[in-house]
Design a protein around this ligand. Sequence first.
Ligand SMILES: [Zn+2]
Length: 222
Amino acid sequence: MSLEGHRFGRWVLIERVNHPKYKMWHCKCDCGNEKDVNENNLKRGKSISCGCHRKEKLHKLKSVHNCEPRKLYNVWLAMRRRCYLETTRGYEHYGGRGIEVSEVWRHDFEAFRDWSLSNGYKEGLSIDRIDNDGNYSPENCRWVDRKTQNNNKRNVRKIEIKGATKTLAEWAQISGIKHNTLTSRLAYGWTNEELLTETEGKGTNGTTTKRKIKSKPASKVG
Ligand SMILES: [Zn+2]
């Protein structure tokens, strides 16, 4: 049975073309373009148009959102890599110290895109965490130019302990206590002096144990 006149996607098969290796068809696309296409690619759906279909889709996305989604998509990918891919350059400043991507963004580019487009995203701007110790989340992020971002990086919280003033990240490095632990200790109201306290037992995250002295098991109290 000849496939002449058959339609595959936007292609209509005009006539067989002689080819030493492949079954080729001279095809005409709905948009008017003509091209020789491998029959196998037509049958497998690998070729459904001259390329105009993809171009139209992309153009539609661009005009709807008035930006280049690809660039925004790359920002999203890079953000996730910084937080979750240990081999990424600079990982130690992000995932390495507990910075995460909010659940609403982590697996959902469209949520990130929609937030970005309604929160001042423009090409050339960078995504900036307002609290440098906080996560990538809609509440903690904004789009800024490079200068603002660098200023913000310089404004990281500094903490004085026994006369020395250092950033939380530096204190974490010095003490060997996780940055995240220090952050939550601060959030729980620990004083600067208490911050670097070694607590007993392993796996202490600082949110529950503060006392240095072992307390009796709860069941025996009272
Ligand atoms: Zn076409």
